[in-house]
Every structure is written in structure tokens, then in C-alpha cells.
Design a protein around this ligand. Sequence first.
Ligand SMILES: [Zn+2]
Length: 88
Amino acid sequence: MARPRTFSQDDVEALWAAYRSEVAPGCPVDGKNFMLSIDGTTKSYRLVCACCGLATPWFVASPDGVVLRAMGTNEMTYGDDDPYRDRN
Ligand SMILES: [Zn+2]
């Protein structure tokens, strides 16, 4: 039953569209709401489940949709990312 914890471009676009329309997107694992994490340095966003830590790749919102940001290997892990760190 385990779903792969990966998100395609389409997945992220759908989640972002839902978020922007104020319909909180749900985590596919536990149904909890995603919250937005912001990287102020690169103006990137991602949606993170506060419950299980499932997160989309970082992306940049553009008028044409979302652009997934290339990630460094140090960003591939779960659980070590403080969602409040963007408050510098
Ligand atoms: Zn979750």
C-alpha cells in the first residue's frame, strides 16, 4: 500500500494550484494538510506535511506554472528540514 514519496511536475502543479485556490491540499499518506515552506534565498516553495514530513520538491512559481528546482543531495532527505527556518 505504500505510495512512492515522489511528486511529478504535474503533482506539484496540482498541489500548488489547490493551495493557491485556498483548498488546502492533502497529504497522500495521511490526509493531513500540507503547509507551505518558503526558501527566501531562492524564492522557492515547497509543500510539506506537518504530520509525516512528506514534502514536494522545491519549486519556483512562475506564470507558466511551477518549475521544479534542481536539488542538491543534501536536500533529498526527510526529517531534517525545519519548516520554520524561513523565518530567518
Ligand atoms: Zn502526511
